[in-house]
Design a protein around this ligand. Structure first.
Ligand SMILES: O=c1ccn([C@@H]2O[C@H](COP(=O)(O)OP(=O)(O)O[C@H]3O[C@H](CO)[C@@H](O)[C@H](O)[C@H]3O)[C@@H](O)[C@H]2O)c(=O)[nH]1
Ligand SMILES: [Mn+2]
Length: 736
């Protein structure tokens, strides 16, 4: 026919078993409706009317939220890129890729970890002259700069080593850790590079420990003089250095060109809000546009090292596909964690989200941008709307980039010119943070930015390679995990209230299924109220001996039993199917409860305080280090609670309350000698609910009263929670 046959660069497959799922989910829906009908038709005339209405509201919410969740399971799709076709078709006409690594605090994000991430992304299997790596240091730390300087030297040996032996992963520290389990390649070279790494590691760690760069290095490199005029982390000039660049003839030990490597600490002034990571990213977008201007941007957190050297090529298959590529704004990979235990005590792996829900989001063309492990098209990130003109002629973009390079005379000149782009005043009276770049004012800048991009007509893609693309660190204490979830749920809820709300703004701009899916995430915080209600009121009424649910002989018992059992079994099976364990699921259930009753509640309250102008939201950076004994307990799956805080006190109080109610009820039974059979007959659901809550809380009771190690709950929490729970029980019994 004269027309060349077209081979797509990626393939999309639909998930199986949809019909079965729809039938099952419809049956649950009928069950949920029956529960509503029961609640409405049996509202007591006087006593307990409001308690009953409260339950109705909770059940309405649970039903509605369950309905939102369905959208994420209706239409899962799976993606498969074909990187060999990419190489065949484009040869070495591949686009430039700019990689942004963000770090913000050398104390809780150790510089050695940061440079391991940097080294891993410098070592991608990709033409080095097209790769530029930028480190944004919001901590403005000379130690981090020193570490990067060390990394730039080590890279000259590390990159050839990676390529010669095709090793994975390419983060040196992660690679050396795997050696215990895999046979070595060339032992001599390996030993040499390992020794070199260890030397560097000890230099960097020493500097971190002392908080000071070695004297001789300081005097040898003039760059450090910039820290001379530096007053504080929150008040300093822009510090920008190009450590490796073609113009400087930066080559590795084999004589190959090195990737460009840039250090940036954007200007910070107390009178300008720095907008956390979003601000850092926007500075990087501008600065990199001057230095390398790659069409594709990869964004990773400083703890998310590349675990797969092929990721860039995989991602490009999506963007560069001739038929569908031009609609795609970003390609998100799942957050994987290096330190997750098999049974994942803090639910940090987000297993179901990344192994089920994101495929569902992809079915609607809109996976979330989750801030790390995400490839973007630069023009879209800069605010471009989708139109037919957005098609990139990939075969011709390179020339344009090279032109761009020739314009500047020297590297110094390039540095000076780029610096101005990272100043505080640069964004004044511009649409940066509003229409361009990452959006400001939301602590999940990633999700809101992703949503705003989808609203401009673009699509996003979720790609989950067999060998995880990136691995990071998940919190190792319960409190940290709760604080992280608080930040997330607070940010998600800010989106509902923001200009870009999926409820009204997105209406008509994205598909209804996608709107529902975003709402499912954005409305996390609201779950706190019905969950608190459900975990307090039925227990207290159990203590009083007043039934709130149909008794076992009533036909209304059936929908309750069906919905509870059906949904639990479904969730369990789903969890097992994606590689979880039964114990992991039980832990997940615990975290589900704890997140809802603490993180989400505090997130909601803080949001309201913000709406009424009483406070500003803050971005609390998660710690990426753990003391030796803390990580040991984490490995053993023993919960590390953390300091005494209102969040933990609340959880402990709820746990004690349920224990008192259950035990109190049983004691009453024994003392009063009522026939227990009737009680279990009339109040089975309430007994079960309290019983399950007590079972879930066993680690809390242990942490309060039985454990002796440092990871236990603080004494003060034990006293406060017991007193509070006891008073509530006594008061409630007395009043009723
Ligand atoms: O003022 C700041 C604060 C944070 N960061 C960086 O942002 C990243 C994420 O911070 P972290 O404390 O690790 O938060 P996580 O909860 O693990 O991060 C998830 O959630 C964030 C939104 O809440 C996203 O920004 C992240 O990309 C996403 O991985 C880290 O690299 C930080 O160095 C900055 O650059 N500047
Ligand atoms: Mn993180």
């Amino acid at each position: 026919m004269g027309k060349e046959e077209y081979y797509p660069l990626f393939e999309t497959r639909r998930g199986k078993g949809r019909l079965m799922y729809i039938i099952f989910s419809f049956s649950l829906f009928v069950g949920i409706c029956s529960i509503w009908v029961y609640r409405v038709s049996y509202i007591p005339k006087k006593d307990g009317k409001w308690v009953w209405i409260g339950l109705l509201c909770a059940e309405l919410w649970f039903g509605f939220y369950w309905f939102l969740r369905q959208a994420l399971r209706w239409n899962p799709i799976f993606r498969q890129p074909f990187p060999e076709r990419l190489s065949q078709r484009y040869g070495n006409m591949l686009p430039k890729v700019d990689i942004f690594v963000c770090t913000a605090n050398p104390e809780i994000e150790p510089p050695i970890m940061v440079i391991n991430t940097v080294l891993s992304v410098m070592a991608y299997d990709y033409p080095t002259e097209k790769l530029s790596v930028y480190l944004s240091d919001d901590g403005g730390s000379d130690v981090t700069f020193y570490a990067l300087l060390e990394a730039s030297k080590f890279a000259k040996h590390w990159l050839p080593f990676c390529k010669r032996f095709k090793i994975e992963p390419r983060s040196p520290s992660a690679y050396f850790k795997t050696l215990a389990t895999y046979p070595n390649n060339d032992a001599k070279e390996l030993l040499a590079i390992k020794r070199m790494y260890q030397d560097m590691e000890s230099r960097v760690e020493n500097a971190s420990k002392l908080g000071k760069v070695p004297e001789e290095t300081y005097s040898k490199h003039k760059e450090f003089s910039e820290w001379g005029s530096y007053s504080s982390k929150r008040d300093h000039d822009t510090i920008l250095h190009i450590l490796l660049h073609r113009k400087d003839n930066a080559r590795d030990e084999d004589g190959l060109v090195m990737p460009t490597l840039v250090y940036l600490a954007r200007e910070k002034r107390p009178q300008f809000h720095h907008n956390f990571k979003a601000g850092a990213m926007n500075s990087l977008i501008r600065v990199s546009s001057m230095i390398s201007n790659g069409k594709i941007i990869l964004n990773v957190d400083c703890d998310m090292y590349s675990n797969n050297s092929q990721s860039i090529r995989d991602a490009l298959c999506f963007f560069m596909d001739e038929e569908k590529g031009h609609e795609i704004a970003f390609v998100q990979t799942p957050q994987g964690f290096e330190n997750i235990t098999k049974n994942d005590i803090y639910g940090g792996s987000l297993l179901v989200a990344y192994e089920v829900e994101f495929y569902g989001l992809d079915g609607f063309g809109g996976p979330l941008y989750i801030g790390t492990g995400c490839f973007h098209r630069r023009d879209v990130l800069c605010g471009r709307k989708y139109s037919d003109q957005c098609k990139i002629d990939w075969k011709n973009v390179n020339d344009e980039n090279i032109d761009h390079m020739i314009k500047v005379a020297s590297l110094q000149e390039l540095e000076e010119k780029s610096k101005t782009l990272a100043s505080c005043t640069y964004e004044e009276n511009t649409s940066w943070g509003k229409e361009m770049g990452l959006l400001y004012g939301c602590v999940v800048e990633d999700v809101i930015t992703g949503l705003s991009i989808l609203c401009k007509g673009w699509k996003s893609v979720f790609y989950n390679p067999t060998r995880k693309a990136f691995l990071g660190l998940s919190p190792t204490t319960l409190l940290e995990s709760l604080v992280q979830h608080k930040r997330w749920s607070e940010g998600e809820f800010q989106i509902v209230l923001s200009k870009f709300s999926p409820i009204w703004y997105a209406f008509g701009l994205i598909s209804p299924g996608l709107q529902m899916s975003y709402c499912y995430y954005n409305l996390w915080a609201l779950n706190s109220f019905p969950t608190l209600y459900y975990s307090i009121i039925p227990s207290l009424y159990l203590l009083k001996g007043i039934p709130l649910f149909p008794q076992i002989s009533s036909p209304w018992f059936i929908p309750f039993a069906y919905v509870i059992v059906g949904d639990s079994i479904y969730c369990l099976l789903e969890f097992l199917r994606v590689g979880g364990t039964i114990k992991g699921w039980w832990n997940e259930l615990r975290m589900w409860l704890y997140k809802r009753t603490s993180s989400y509640l505090f997130a909601f309250v803080d949001n309201m305080l913000k709406v009424f102008g009483f406070s500003n939201s803050n971005f609390i950076i998660s710690t990426k280090i753990a003391e030796e004994n803390v990580s040991q307990r984490y490995e053993k799956e023993i919960i590390e609670f953390g300091n005494s805080t209102p969040m933990l006190t609340l959880l402990a109080t709820l746990a004690m309350l349920n224990l008192f109610c259950l035990v109190g009820m049983l004691l009453k039974e024994v003392v009063l000698g009522k026939a227990s059979v009737t009680l279990f007959e009339t109040m089975l659901l309430q007994v079960l609910l309290s019983g399950v809550l007590v079972l879930i809380n066993i680690p809390i009771y242990q942490g309060l009263f039985l454990r002796r190690d440092k990871g236990r709950l603080p004494r003060s929490v034990a006293v406060t929670s017991t007193t509070l729970a006891l008073s509530v029980c006594v008061l409630y019994s007395a009043l009723g």
